[in-house]
Design a protein around this ligand. Structure first.
Ligand code: FES
Length: 110
């Protein structure tokens, strides 16, 4: 259910789509976990890359990639839309893509 002052995050699992609602400033990873989505994560501090997901983030919907993300993911993965969910704080609507199995991206060749 949509709440006032909430931000719609569209989550794609393969071809299945669902919308969850977060509060401005919420951590994306924690929001996905609270929604009981099958997200892999470990460190929550941007070091392990386990939470790497492809996202579509319109300008203004989250801050740009942090130095940690730039270091851990690299420009190639960032250019493909990958971000570390634990490092993303939402400020506007965005989309997140899980892989077809519903888990976090398993492409470890990022
Ligand atoms: S959980 Fe380790 S980088 Fe996000």
């Amino acid at each position: 259910m949509e709440k006032k002052d909430s931000i719609a995050v569209t989550v794609w699992e393969g071809t299945r789509q669902q919308v969850i609602y977060l509060t401005p400033g919420d951590n994306l990873l924690m929001g996905l976990v609270r929604a009981k989505l099958p997200i892999d994560f470990f460190c929550t501090t941007g070091k392990c890359r386990t939470c790497a997901l492809r996202m579509q983030i319109p300008e203004g919907s989250a801050s740009g990639a942090s130095a940690t993300e730039q270091y851990r993911l690299g420009q190639d993965a960032l250019g493909k839309g990958f971000r570390l969910a634990c490092q993303v704080y939402v400020s506007g609507p965005l989309s997140v893509y899980l892989d077809a199995s519903g888990s976090a991206c398993t492409d470890r060749n990022l």
